[in-house]
Design a protein around this ligand. Structure first.
Ligand SMILES: NC(=O)c1ccc[n+]([C@@H]2O[C@H](COP(=O)([O-])OP(=O)(O)OC[C@H]3O[C@@H](n4cnc5c(N)ncnc54)[C@H](OP(=O)(O)O)[C@@H]3O)[C@@H](O)[C@H]2O)c1
Length: 312
């Protein structure tokens, strides 16, 4: 049975469940883990799965979906165009769809505004294919019926402005780093004013003890207190805050207990919401947490490179 959580209606009219399973596990080679975590997620009520060509696990996601007895129409599947494929959108999308083994994708995102050349290096801004050119190719996919909605990821207000002024289809979603340490208020307001749903990535950002000792929001005393008041965990407070401020959230977990926990939202009071909104104003807490994500498995992503698969 689907979990009892809200859905958001996209500007295309399609509904996206507010909590999804994030599927980024770093470099290729974790297909079995992803398949199992998606199967568990679907069993406990997730109906939204977030993957990407650059996560190297679309086939595993597709296997998990097909292995479930859940009708395809009840599952919201997101995948993304990799940076290196901005010049071959239709072919890259066809490859993703074939790997997923599905007839259509619910939401297809441009993973990053920056295109990359064959050597993986970012192409300078303004050089073809620009993100406007790439997005126009994505717009054409809508007519095929194989993509229900298109959108972007990691787009700033500046880039969204440029995109909107040069294209016809307003992105249904913008998937970006948003969490209590980086509430991205200006971007959120901009997206809301244009009818673009924000999907928040990195709400969890790993269990803090695995990292360099700097505080992260899961250990913040206010978050811990709200969790205790609500009889829940700091993580569930963070996810509930995300959904209540109208972002979709896509926590990744391989742990069956946490997979289940992450889709159990609580209702936060107005005071709780204000407290959560202000976490990033505390000394040392306002920041991107991109680097916090790296654990032993992610480390090879950085070997000799300055970027991980997600460009961080
Ligand atoms: N568009 C983009 O550029 C972009 C960038 C980053 C991420 N994403 C998407 O967003 C998804 C989520 O972001 P993310 O993978 O960066 O990180 P995340 O989901 O914020 O964090 C994942 C980490 O948090 C742990 N975790 C999960 N549930 C927890 C809980 N209840 N309490 C404490 N720790 C918990 C997980 O460990 P266990 O597995 O052991 O539970 C894992 O180490 C990705 O999987 C991907 O789909 C997109």
């Amino acid at each position: 049975m689907a979990a009892d959580i809200p859905s958001f209606t996209l500007n295309t009219g399609y509904k996206m469940p507010s909590v999804g399973m994030g599927c980024w596990l770093g470099p290729a080679g974790h297909e079995e883990t992803v398949e199992q975590m998606c199967k568990t997620a679907l069993e406990v009520g997730y109906r939204h799965i977030d993957t990407a060509a650059g996560y190297f696990n679309e086939a595993a996601v597709g296997r998990a979906i097909r292995a479930s007895s859940i009708p395809r129409a009840d599952i919201f599947v997101v995948t993304k165009l990799p940076n290196g494929d901005h010049g071959r959108v239709a072919a890259s999308f066809a490859e993703s769809l074939a790997k997923l083994g599905l007839d259509y994708v619910d939401l297809y995102l441009m993973h990053w505004p920056q295109a990359a050349g064959p050597d993986g290096a970012t192409i300078p801004r303004g050089t073809s294919p620009t993100f406007v050119e790439t997005y126009k190719e994505m717009e054409k996919l809508l007519a095929t019926g194989q993509v229900r909605s298109i959108g972007v990821s990691n787009f700033s207000v500046k880039n969204l402005d440029e995109l909107l002024s040069a294209t016809d289809v307003v992105p249904a979603a913008n998937q970006v780093e948003v969490h209590p340490c980086l509430p991205s208020v200006e971007l959120m307001q901009y997206c809301e004013s244009k009818g673009i749903l924000v999907t928040a990535t990195r709400l969890w950002v790993c269990r803090p003890k695995e990292y360099d000792g700097k505080p992260v929001f899961l250990e913040d005393p206010d978050v811990v207190r709200i969790a205790s008041d609500r009889g829940t965990t700091p993580g569930q407070v963070a996810l509930s805050w995300g959904v209540q401020r109208r972002t979709a959230v896509i926590p990744k977990s391989e742990n069956a207990g946490r997979i289940k926990q992450n889709i159990s939202l609580v209702t936060l009071s107005a005071d709780d919401m204000s407290t959560m909104d202000a976490i990033h104003k505390k000394p040392g807490l306002h920041r991107s947490l991109l680097r916090y994500h790296l654990n032993a498995r992610m480390a090879p992503c950085l070997g000799g490179r300055t970027r991980t698969w997600d460009g961080t």
